[in-house]
Design a protein around this ligand. Structure first.
Ligand code: PGA
Length: 257
């Protein structure tokens, strides 16, 4: 077996649903019931959902004892204090979160989060024992100007990833998010391979941006794509389950089981 294949095998697949600002107590209950019924024990694949803050308690209680983990979509870089409207990493941990997304392009673009702030959030998450999911990705303009690698390298280098600490990276080209236009498996793989060289071999790199049950298998078959960060398709149980199934198949192909 090649060294590359051996290293790839050590990275468990991960599929994370980013619910964004969607949901209600009733809708969440229906979605979680359907996910828990349909996912079973997704072998070799870790799964998580990231609801809006007010629903963390509802979601983490419902998921207790299941294979589906809970995460949050954002976190304060501060531990506590006069930061109106913010939520600390310790609070997320207390409400059962294992993961937290940091630096999503919507946070960077709509709420002006700088690389430095994203780095501070990333560090705060790790201090509280959470696994941060750091999002990086270029705009269409940046891609067309040939700057994709420069942009993702800048975003990643701003966050000094300790190779021994828990962390996940997500490559999410901005032009693919919510547009129905996913990066091709080859486009995504090229960026993942570039990012891989900057990371410890065991660090997982997810692809995000219009992942659907129909395109997930081809994306997850790429050697440096370790799973997905799923927006729209995480709100419909059958779509999310279809994506997790694609990851399960890809995982078994990678290990040859
Ligand atoms: P999408 O969103 O799957 O709806 O494109 C992905 C994301 O924003 O994480």
């Amino acid at each position: 077996m090649t060294a590359v294949k051996l290293r790839a095998m050590s990275r468990n697949r991960l599929v994370v649903g980013n619910w964004k600002m969607h949901g209600s107590r009733a809708a969440n209950k229906a979605l979680l019931d359907a996910l828990l019924a349909g996912l079973g024990g997704a072998d070799g694949v870790e799964c998580a959902v990231c609801p809006p803050f007010p629903y963390l308690q509802q979601v983490s209680e419902r998921l207790k004892g299941s294979a589906l983990a809970c995460g949050a979509q954002n976190v304060s870089e501060h531990e506590q204090g006069a930061f109106t409207g913010e939520v600390s990493a310790a609070m997320l941990a207390e409400f059962g979160c294992r993961y937290v997304i940091v630096g999503h392009s919507e946070r960077r673009q709509l709420y002006g989060e700088s690389d430095a702030r994203v780095a501070a959030k990333f560090a705060a998450a790790q201090r509280a024992g959470l696994t941060p999911i750091l999002c990086v990705g270029e705009t269409l303009e940046e891609r067309e100007a040939g700057k994709t690698e420069d942009v993702v390298a800048r975003q990643l280098d701003a966050v000094a990833i300790d190779p021994n600490a828990r962390a996940v990276l997500a490559y999410e080209p901005v032009w693919a998010i919510g547009t129905g236009r996913n990066a091709t498996p080859q486009q995504a793989q090229a960026v993942h391979a570039f990012l891989r060289k900057k990371l410890a071999p065991g660090t997982r790199i997810l692809y995000g941006g219009s992942v659907k049950a129909q395109n997930a298998a081809a994306l997850f078959a790429m050697p440096d794509i370790d799973g997905g960060l799923i927006g729209g398709a995480s709100l419909a149980a059958q779509d999310f389950i279809g994506i997790v199934k694609a990851a399960t198949t890809a995982a078994s192909e990678r290990t040859g089981t």
